[in-house]
Design a protein around this ligand. Sequence first.
Ligand code: NAD
Length: 315
Amino acid sequence: MKRNERKVVVVGAGSVGTSYIYALLQTGLASEIALIDLDQQRVEGEVMDLSHGLPFIPPVSVKAGQYADCADARLIVVTAGAKQTPGQSRTELIQRNADIIKSISGQIQDQNSTAVVLMVTNPVDTLTQVALRSLALPRGKVIGSGTVLDSARFKYLLSQHCGIDARNVHAYILGEHGDSEVPAWSMTHIAGIPIREYCELCNVCDYQKHHKEIAEQVRDSAYHIIDYKGSTYYGIGLSLLRITGAILRNERSVLTVSTYLQGEYGLNDICLSVPCIVGEEGVERIVDARLEAEEQKQLEHSAQTLRHIFDQVGL
Ligand code: NAD
């Protein structure tokens, strides 16, 4: 079947899936968006609501989809997952979501799709690895949103701290999308200057103290948002849009998506985030940079944490 280069399938019609579609619709990037969820009524409602805005935006079709839609899609974004139920442990929730992702991957696989599969459901690194094992696709084509959101939070907080445009901050969070994530200070630059030098030149803050606080704020952001409003969806929606643009427009953008490592950064057989060049085929190259010794140690610890979670899933 001929691929529709501007077709996106979204699995999961919850807050994340629909916030992403709401942002995607407005860009004119996609010509066709198909939404799939177990809750058919919810899908119908979301599609009607979104469609009523179509007279105001570039032409695009939004419809209730089926797995058959994956056959000619360019990108499949998986946001489907179970919520933690009362009394359920974190490990039980991970197992439940791993089972959901195995089942969804099986249904995608049945369509012989050549689309890039972008995983979002948490724990995103572990579930990217589950999907990669279940799909007969090259490693670059099964990726996770990883720390693209965390890196955006990092850039935003640094931009606020330094009083400059967030788009002029180059900063990366590596490793797990979670508590063991690693702020890569050695890769962080403003105006082409390493951040520590920039802060010394600027000389208005106690930057060592503030850098530590910023890294902690990035790591704890999701907890605060969940405390205040239940869940996070706008930031991740725009992060997914950024990744979508890189794939649909073959931008070859450097993004910290979660990808399967085979020796890069001295790590093997684990999915986590490092800077990757993302284009039409997904991850086209992993940027295997040299980190400072302490950052490398933290990345290895993050990989061990993820290995422990992956082993619990018992594939
Ligand atoms: P939600 O509960 O609003 O939506 C989840 C949807 O998945 C529901 O509509 C549900 O019916 C559907 N679903 C469940 N099982 C399914 C199946 N087998 N097939 C198809 N659909 C199924 O949740 P949300 O707020 O949209 O979050 C979705 C996921 O994204 C969660 O796992 C959340 O933790 C994760 N998330 C990830 C990031 C990130 O940076 N990676 C950020 C925010 C949220």
